[in-house]
Design a protein around this ligand. Structure first.
Ligand code: AMP
Length: 192
């Protein structure tokens, strides 16, 4: 199964991604986790992206594609992927779609984890207490939300027009969101 997870920061992608991957025998590929790993390791790439991530701004596309090409291809070749945090802009989505089409590995479904800004604001504020630096600062939270609305939300129409979009209410407890996601995705999967 090949799935793209969309949703605002704090909508639950990082919680639901691994669960979904486990359920469908796919690999969870989190762009944010990969970026934070590079930063923590102090690699050259990590040094180039640190400022963007700390400020809550999007990392330049060429870096994101360089980082993700291999993990996505490897996941696609072995049970599929659950992409969390990518694509995040129309340009990334168009480019990713073109590349995936060439390789015959476009997504089977795109899950929109839908939650109002107030709910995700509160979650991000709480998450900051557990040490995610880019969740701590109110200005950074607001910037990430603004970028979500201006850059990422247009992807909903992009995938809706391709018949791939399913929307799940992400405001409830995590277990309920998981159940709803799996139910709607299982409905879409043709019986083999
Ligand atoms: P996340 O863990 O998905 O919230 O991502 C944390 C941060 O990593 C974001 O605020 C961006 O700075 C960066 N990032 C993650 N995914 C992308 C992407 N697809 N394109 C550009 N920047 C990204």
């Amino acid at each position: 199964m090949r799935i793209i997870l969309l949703g605002a920061p704090g909508s639950g992608k990082g919680t639901q991604g691994p669960i979904l991957a486990e359920h469908f025998g796919s690999t969870h590929v989190s762009t944010g986790e990969l970026l934070r790993h590079e930063i923590a390791e102090g690699t050259e790439l990590g040094q180039r992206v640190r400022g963007y991530v700390q400020a809550g701004e999007l990392v330049p596309d060429e870096i994101v594609f360089a980082l993700l090409s291999e993990p996505i291809a490897a996941a696609a070749a072995s049970g599929g992927y659950v992409l969390d945090g990518f694509p995040r802009s129309l340009h990334q989505a168009e480019e990713a779609y073109a590349r995936a089409e060439l390789a015959g590995v476009t997504a089977d479904a795109v899950v929109n984890l839908s939650a109002p800004d107030d709910v995700v604001r509160e979650r991000l504020g709480m998450r900051a207490a557990y040490g995610r630096a880019d969740d701590g600062d109110r200005d950074v939270i607001e910037r990430r939300l603004r970028i979500y609305h201006s850059e990422t939300e247009p992807l909903l129409d992009f995938y809706r027009s391709r018949g791939l979009l399913v929307t799940v209410d992400a405001t409830g407890p995590a277990e309920e969101v998981t159940e709803a996601m799996i139910a709607v995705l299982t409905d879409r999967t043709p019986a083999s």
